[in-house]
Design a protein around this ligand. Sequence first.
Ligand SMILES: [Zn+2]
Length: 261
Amino acid sequence: MFNKISLALSVTLLLSACATSPTGRTQFAFMPDTQLNQMGLQAFDSLKRENPVSTNQRHTQFVTCVSNAIIREVGGNWEVVVFEDDSLNAFALPGNKIGVHSGMVKFVDNQDQLASIIGHEIGHVLARHSNERVSQQMAVSSGMALIQAVSAPQTAMGQTALGLLGVGAQYGVLLPYSRLHENEADKIGLDLMAKAGFDPRQSVTLWQKMARAGDGQQPPEFMSTHPAHATRIQELQNAIPRALEIQKQAAAQGKQPRCSK
Ligand SMILES: [Zn+2]
């Protein structure tokens, strides 16, 4: 009797563990999304408490303008914060939180490059990559403590939890996204920015620029969590004709963002 029940339970757990990402990939992600959202919210709250939020109106307006255009395509309520921090970083957390460092705002040349970054980051959230990362970690280590640790960033486990959420080195250990996740976030991001009316060709320019910045002695933080594999730029380039078509349709619908830096 007990065996039957536990078998049924395991089957249920396994079934719920296998989800499908927006690109149709089968995922091992068994955490309730509400739990991940809670972790994202907690992490974001402590980031805002412990790090200076930008008071630069121009930066804030620029980031908000670009984010809003993309968020319109995604739906839901998102919180966007510019942190006064010269390191090159940006991240999005489950629970619809977006953080952009002022260093990233200064780094991009135009609205379309920032849209590439924000689209990519939102792609990680829409594809529930944090859920996969936390699920994988929980499968090999002790469970609940990891989730609770997110509120204690000074502990080793807290750092891991923040790292799994995709926050940079300052708040957690650097846990790079896998090539699979990077690729998927690129696809979703490109699609999103084009739908919002941004120029998808700038994503190629952006990653080329990022790669050049990564050649220096100290690679930017963003490059450590979002490693640029050799084929990334090529794959983006291959996807441009389709993305341009999407942008054209968006423009015909009056979606022509004008966010000035
Ligand atoms: Zn990424």
